[in-house]
Design a protein around this ligand. Structure first.
Ligand code: PLP
Length: 374
């Protein structure tokens, strides 16, 4: 499976867009008409069925809506379509993507309350239970699964249990985890799960998708605060004909189909999860040996992306970034307020061998810089 990417100048160790296989990139190289079965049925509907099958074995109860734009467009479409005018949503936030849901709620004038936590703290399911008890008018709850801001894996199972046992609608932003971490969507009672084409399925950027419980999606008619980001209307048209309401990102959709094929060949979500976990373990061990400490304790850490503390107060991340990029690896700046950090992702067409190469590159950079300084 592993193939070093000679036609790319670097590997993206970022949470998306991420490095894709040559097969996925090759799939972009032809045009498609959008009014024929060879695209609508054989590609669009096929993708929708396969995404449902990845999410759940209760395939009759769920459907998938594809939506143009980056992942945030699908989050906005879901919040704006699922929460009715007289509804109220509890937004659980411990990072930038939770905060983005708050921004969306503000702009769309959705009634919300926020359970806000510091970026390095996991939400407490008991606190969620208390908030639901204190605010009986809450109808929906939304949570980010892997908070890509830090790399924290939030306690989805425990929170899902609290939310569903109280009869609320559960929305999960699983942007950076779906396809890379097993999630039993029906088992957890998730009503809407959002992800996008350029994360763990390993396609290119251009559209998002929402795994939706049919019964809940049905209730979204007329709720949307936006014409384009209307999840219900998009579903109705797509379900009937495989057509997207407005221009479909055909090449990226076809490349995503290829990415799904490659995912199946690799062994599905279970195999991908194993690879990502191995990548992440090698990364943390290798970086620790070079003096880079992970921000989060192991029990809160996802296998998707890792935040590292600056190894010394005067660490020059920009210079380090440039040196790593020149040697084939693109890293990611930090995004939290409490500490100086940078991030390294390990999803995408990235294999343990690449992580070992990265660690060797970092070692080399550190030695060279120490020589210059000393
Ligand atoms: C958890 C999470 N939610 C939302 C987003 C936003 O997605 P996009 O940047 O594609 O709009 C991201 C992006 O990385 C993410 O990781």
């Amino acid at each position: 499976m592993y193939e070093f990417i000679p036609d790319n100048p670097y590997i993206l160790l970022t949470p998306g867009p991420l490095s894709t296989s040559k097969g996925v990139r090759n799939a972009l190289l032809r045009d498609w008409c959008t009014w024929d079965a060879d695209y609508n049925e054989e590609i669009v509907q096929n993708i929708r069925r396969r995404l449902v099958a990845i999410a759940t074995d209760r395939t009759d109860e769920y459907t998938v809506v594809l939506m143009q734009g980056s992942g945030s467009f699908s989050v906005e479409a879901t919040l704006g379509s699922a929460v009715p005018r007289d509804g109220k949503i509890l937004l659980i936030t411990n990072g930038a993507y939770g905060k983005r849901m708050v921004q969306i709620a503000k702009v769309l004038q959705i009634n919300y309350i926020e359970y806000a936590l510091p970026e390095i703290e996991a939400p407490d399911p008991e606190r969620v239970a208390t908030l639901l008890a204190e605010n009986p008018d809450i109808t929906h709850v939304a949570l980010v699964h892997c908070e890509t801001t830090t790399g924290m894996l939030n306690p989805l199972e425990e929170i899902a249990y609290v939310v569903k046992s109280r009869g609320k609608v559960l929305i999960v932003d699983a942007m950076s985890s779906f396809g890379g971490i097993p999630i039993d969507v029906n088992g957890l009672g998730i009503d809407f799960l959002i992800s996008s084409s350029n994360k763990c399925i390993q396609g290119g950027p251009g559209f998002g998708f929402v795994v939706s419980r049919r019964e809940e999606l049905q209730k979204c008619e007329g709720n949307a605060r936006s014409l384009c980001l209307d999840l219900y209307d998009q579903w109705k048209e797509m379900d009937a004909s495989g057509k997207w309401r407005y221009t479909s990102p055909t090449h990226i959709v076809r490349a995503f189909y290829q990415a799904l094929d490659e995912m199946e060949t690799e062994g599905g979500v279970a195999a991908r999860y194993e690879r990502y976990r191995k990548n992440q373990r090698l990364l943390v061990e290798g970086m620790a040996a070079l003096g880079f400490q992970a921000l989060l304790p192991e029990e809160l850490q996802s296998p998707i992306i890792t935040s590292f503390l600056y190894p010394e107060a005067n660490f020059d991340f920009n210079a380090f970034y440039r040196q790593a990029k020149a040697q084939g690896f693109v890293l990611y700046p930090g995004k939290i307020s409490q500490a100086n950090t940078f991030r390294i992702g390990n999803i995408g067409e990235v294999y343990p061998e690449n992580i070992r190469q990265l660690v060797a590159v970092v070692k080399n950079i550190r030695e060279k810089n120490a020589e210059v300084a000393g």
